[in-house]
Design a protein around this ligand. Structure first.
Ligand SMILES: *Cc1c(COP(=O)(O)O)cnc(C)c1O
Length: 453
């Protein structure tokens, strides 16, 4: 009998996050202050982020201890199971072993609270009383609402209006955890008021929602801070709990991955699973392949440029050296809302530049086909984002079959899709189409970028 689940006992949950900056051969170039164009300082970051998060953003220490209070909340769902996808292996008739880390078991349904919890904790410890953030599809907003409530913080989420109208369930999750969720643009901020004046029926945009959340935080420097759900180093740092657990669980399974796979929006779930395995590549001479998977419709890693761009859209965050399509890039209709982001975090971008990781782009019909097969063989309906990782795991397993050799595949199941069934409705109804932006479209938004180096 093949063992299905590898459950790490609570006492063995890792107690530190891992910082790849300590071991990667080439560091990314520094973030720049968008106004002065000088390398960013901790003090610059403290204007919008909690002090400890600003410190973590720039630190190069190898491990950061996970505070006891954060571990306690992690234990609501962590350690997350490592699962052998026996049913999927059988359906593919592959000699490959396929494992996945199930981050969908969190209360929010995804990996996002791995960072939301420490972010809320450090803000609370500093005496901050209110957190603001933006959310597109609603996953990050619900994670911060869940986390903020544990520390008695008020959470205010600016949710892009179209999503607010189309996705009432995420909003209701936020409300259940006691957070306020506003359809953005609102009348609460200068950016919001200006946008509503210009077009009273505007559907909103992520850029606008970020501006609103930041402006709201800046209004109250004593009591309010802004939080980000991806891209930044400190967010990826917190997510490494996933990979640290997975290393221990792969040992329980007496297996070692040949390839580690994650989908990529800003890079937090991918970095979370990949960085601890990259440490083994860099420090122990292992040769695991590490693959980031993006939608063909938002191909920053496979077709973007490597240069400085702003992290947010509105210029409040630092200039980040990244693979980017330009922050004005608007991916067309794409079901995986969490993968619409225009760029990838600095560490991940540098790793790709140095050939330490690979990137693949997949069409969305292939991802949904993979998602449905996974649901039918493993039971779990995956988040539309996570189906990208599954699609490439399937590609790898089928290649192993053709080549007739054993292979061990590990992917991060970043979340379940039970409240994102709209994508399945589209796919099952035959309405989903593939979309590939033209070179001209990409060049247009790339040319709008300032040429810094
Ligand atoms: C937000 C999200 C993503 C994409 O964000 P990353 O920061 O790149 O991980 C992927 N999967 C799920 C389930 C998400 O909620």
């Amino acid at each position: 009998m093949k063992r299905k689940k590898f459950i790490l006992p609570e006492e063995q949950m890792p107690t530190a996050w891992y910082n790849l900056l300590a071991d990667m051969p080439n560091h990314p170039r520094p973030y720049l202050n968008p106004k002065t164009r000088q390398p960013i300082t901790e003090a610059d970051l403290q204007v919008i982020l909690a002090d400890e998060l600003a410190r973590q953003e720039l630190t190069t220490e190898c491990y950061v201890e996970i505070p006891e209070e954060v571990q306690e909340i992690y234990r609501i769902w962590r350690p997350a199971p490592l699962v052998r996808a026996v049913g999927l292996e059988k359906a593919l008739d592959t000699p490959a072993k396929i494992f996945f880390k199930n981050e969908g078991v969190s209360p929010v349904g995804s990996h996002k609270p791995n960072s939301a919890v420490p972010q809320a904790y450090y803000n609370h410890k500093q005496g901050v009383r209110r957190l603001t953030t933006e959310t597109g599809a609603g996953q990050w907003g619900s994670a911060l609402s869940f986390a903020g409530h544990h520390f008695g913080l008020d959470v205010e989420v600016f949710m892009v209006r179209v999503s607010y109208d189309q996705k009432p369930y995420r909003r209701l999750m936020m409300n259940t955890w006691g957070a306020a969720c506003h359809p953005s643009p609102t009348n609460l901020t200068p950016s919001g008021r200006a946008a509503r004046m210009a077009d009273p029926h505007t559907p909103g945009s992520l850029g606008l929602a970020i501006s609103e959340a930041v402006e709201r935080a800046l209004e109250d420097p004593e009591g309010t801070r802004y939080c980000l759900g991806s891209v930044m180093n400190h967010v990826l740092l917190h997510q490494t709990i996933t990979g640290e657990e997975a290393i221990l669980q792969m040992q329980m399974a007496d297996a070692e991955p040949d390839v580690v796979i994650g989908c990529i929006g800003g890079g937090s779930n991918f970095g979370g699973i990949a960085f601890p395995f990259l440490r083994q590549n860099f420090c122990e001479g292992k040769k695991m392949r590490i693959v980031a998977v993006e939608p063909e419709s938002c191909p920053k890693l496979t077709r973007g440029v490597f240069q400085y761009d702003i992290g947010d859209f509105s210029g409040y965050t630092p200039l980040i050296p990244m693979y980017t399509l330009g922050h004005e890039f608007q991916p067309s209709a794409i079901h995986a809302g969490g993968l619409r982001y225009h760029g990838a975090g600095a560490i991940i971008s540098q790793l790709l530049q140095d050939g330490a990781i690979e990137a693949q782009a997949v069409p969305q019909t292939e991802t949904m086909r993979a998602g449905v097969l996974f649901a039918q063989t493993e039971g779990i309906i995956p988040a539309p984002e996570s189906t990208h990782a599954i699609a490439v795991a399937i590609r790898e397993a089928l290649r192993a079959k053709i080549e007739g050799r054993e292979k061990t595949i590990l992917f991060n199941l970043s979340g379940h899709g039970t409240i994102d069934l709209y994508a399945y409705e589209q796919y099952l109804g035959g309405h989903l189409q593939d979309f590939v932006p033209t070179d001209e479209e990409i060049a247009r938004t790339v040319q709008m970028l300032d040429k810094i180096i």
